[in-house]
Design a protein around this ligand. Sequence first.
Ligand code: SF4
Ligand code: SF4
Length: 499
Amino acid sequence: MKSPADMKVIQIEITNACPLKCSGCTRLCGHHEEPFFMDFETFKAAVDSLKGFDGIVGVMGGEPTIHPEFPRFMDYYRANVGYDDHTTGSYKPTGDYMRHVLANTWHTDYSNKRGLWSMMPPKYYEHFELIQDTFAYQSLNDHSKPSLHQTQLVTRKELGIPDEEWFKLRDRCWVQNLWSASITPKGAFFCEVAAAMDATLGGPGGWKIEPGWWQRKPEDFGDQLNWCEMCSACLPMPSRDARDQCDDVSPVWAEKLEGIKSPKLRKGLVNVFDPQVWQKDKHSIIQTHMPYMDDQETRMGKVRDRMTPHKITEVLWLTCALKDDAARALIDAMKAAGRLAAIASRDENAAALAEQAGVPFVSGAHALKDLIAATNGKDWALLCKDAAMPVEFLDFAKTCVFNPGVIHGGGPTTLDYQFFNFRALSLRNGGDLFNLASAYPARKVVTLKSWKKKDYVLSDVGMFLRRLLKRWVWFNRKIRGKEAARGSFGAWKGNKVSV
Ligand code: SF4
Ligand code: SF4
């Protein structure tokens, strides 16, 4: 066992609701009649209590991005945990977002002290910009590809493990030693699985969420260790594909789940595991922190399609440079192709062309606001001056993940265009449609050098260099005495390193 102070991550669990019900979910998702959603005051107390902790303060669930106050929580979190690290955020398009994420997250020790755990539901897409601005470490898994989750809802007493053997196994538990302590609305816990069991079974709650709670040592864990008696995570147990959605549980657990009217149990997604048939030697004790899948790049499966632009609203920007006849021909061609959602111009006279074409016309200082209202714009917009964008661009846009907080332009042609998202945080307070880039910070104005997906996929060398860059950023902060994660050398205080 380990003191939370020596862990790489301590989690704040802002909800235990999740769209999925994976087998062996360590948060027991699917077993609660009513999931919890942490309130803001508890979240603030949790963040404040972790001041001085030099690992990652994780934001986790369930699925944290579905918390209705996620943006508000993130504002407080950003102001009080770690630092913004814009060096490795996704500002350019990414042709393989999972490689981008993995390049950033190879090592927890060099993060910006902020981490997000998510299965990437639609809310992840919605909060994409905020997530990029906040987290340099993300652990993502949409669970649509095979991943093995170990059976944990079996008690050691049912398996007949004597005290002497049990205490040694328990104290070497991989979850507690390699992963996290945790905070839920019911308090702080020495282990994330213990926290989930307490929340699910209506346990007595955890320690008060107060500064320094995480400095407790194993000898201080006291009654919380009783949760280990309910848990088989530290034992050699079978595993099951998370996609089965079914939990193998012992008779004691089946009774407990009956008692709490578990929805998963009622739906027949529980298999009662017979402790008598347990074959200890057939399984091994987990000793690595990522035991459940071999190919980390498969963490993003089905969700890939959900991450590329959902809808692109094409807007033609007419200037005086285009004669009326040429403008009409262009409008007709775009309309025939079903690609014209609106016309924008500084010149009010262009309104007649829009009227003839039967599409909305926007102009003047409120053009952006009017465009959003007229097109019900919620996703991407492509504003092109005096021309239609080549289909090559649209094909490219459908295959990459774009940060909605970024405005894009440039490319293999000299066309003057802007590809931006109506939900960009930079446009929250409006903006001048005819000078949009001025509303964005420099890092969010991106020139596209090519319109080919392959040019935006990180190569193996690129991934290596990214990891190197993360270490460089970390090292630079360390030597300048700025806040940084502890690094792989152990705690670094003043000029002393204690491993
Ligand atoms: S996605 Fe994660 S939190 Fe949700 S059910 Fe699966 S393992 Fe649990
Ligand atoms: S046995 Fe279970 S409750 Fe105990 S430390 Fe391991 S994961 Fe946590």
